[in-house]
Design a binder for this molecule. Structure first.
Ligand code: CP
Length: 307
């Protein structure tokens, strides 16, 4: 099995490594069907979350238990007595890396996982760093979902919709998709929520076709994947009308579904607020809850690869 050390950002994953993750995730599905394994019973995972999470924390913890391992955890690391007292992230990591074999870290600051990896004695897995940072394990489970649902990635047309400026899942997935042949990426958002220039520069340097677009209606019938992200109300302050107009313009409902290809899929990293109508949930093209199950498999795979 290929060995990973830290999981910090999507750019570190080569195409062969991505395919290895997929293969190991397939094996994990078989292990899960048998009720799990005890292979990692001597290993401990620390989940250190400085920001809220449902899916990422629970799926990593479930993954470790399914592998037979043990978990030490805090869901409010910023409330640690030592952190309140001013302990740095680096010192916290130096300490916790004495107690665990792997640390899964979510933090409010961009670059926190990288900083942690520089002082940790054990592998660090980035579970999301800051708004506008990265969420590489989410991107891997998203890509795995696309692969399982559609059977291929080369040549796909993928639309990203919503708050693309701050969306770390979009950033990480765009980096991964950019490694495949002939993919076409459509970033669909109002100008003030558009994808940042660093991603645009990266895609340009790597000859990846992409376009920025305001109008979802113009491209919905062309694409194979619609990847929807949350538009946060807090971003709009007291501009409630602008918020409501923006949500309405990018809302996925039954009317929008009619324009979508029969073989296309609709994804969302969740949590969902007002971006997708619940009437869409029963459509076979809606795969956002399947993504969460695939997250468990991919995170089991990543844990086995770093351990
Ligand atoms: N998709 C995702 O990262 O969800 P959580 O914030 O619940 O972990």
């Amino acid at each position: 099995m290929p060995r990973l050390n830290h999981v910090i950002e999507s750019q570190q994953f080569t195409l062969p490594l991505i395919h290895e993750v997929f293969q190991v995730a397939d094996q994990m599905e078989k292990i899960l069907d048998r009720g799990g394994t005890l292979d990692y019973q001597n290993k401990i995972m620390a989940s250190l979350f400085y920001a809220p999470s449902t899916r990422t924390r629970f799926s990593f913890e479930s993954a470790m238990y399914r592998l037979g391992g043990k978990v030490i955890t805090t869901e409010q690391a910023h409330m640690f007595s030592s952190v309140i007292g001013g302990e740095t992230l680096e010192d916290t990591i130096r300490v916790v890396s004495n107690f665990a074999d792997v640390i899964v870290l979510r933090h409010t600051e961009i670059g926190a996982a990288k900083r942690a990896s520089l002082v940790s004695k054990v592998p660090i897995i980035n579970a999301g760093d800051g708004k506008g940072g990265q969420h590489p394990t989410q991107a891997l489970l998203d890509l795995y979902t696309i692969y399982k649902e559609l059977g291929y990635i080369d040549g796909l047309k993928v639309a990203f919709v919503g708050d693309l400026e701050q969306g770390r899942t979009v950033r990480s997935l765009a980096y991964l998709l950019g490694k495949f042949e002939r993919v076409m990426l459509y970033f669909i958002a109002p100008d003030f929520l558009q994808i940042k220039e660093d991603i645009q520069d990266y895609l340009t340097r790597h000859n990846v076709w992409f376009t920025l677009e305001n109008d979802l209606n113009k491209v919905i019938s062309e694409v194979d994947v619609v990847y929807v992200t949350r538009i946060e109300k807090e971003r709009f302050g007291d501009k409630i009308e602008l918020y409501e107009k923006t949500v309405k313009n990018y809302f996925i409902d039954k009317d929008m579904l009619q324009k979508l290809k029969q073989r296309a899929i609709i994804m969302h990293p969740l949590p969902r607020l007002n971006e997708i109508s619940i009437e869409v949930d029963d459509d076979p093209r809606a795969v956002y809850f399947k993504q969460t199950r695939n997250g468990l498999l991919v995170r089991m795979a990543l844990l086995t690869m770093v351990l």
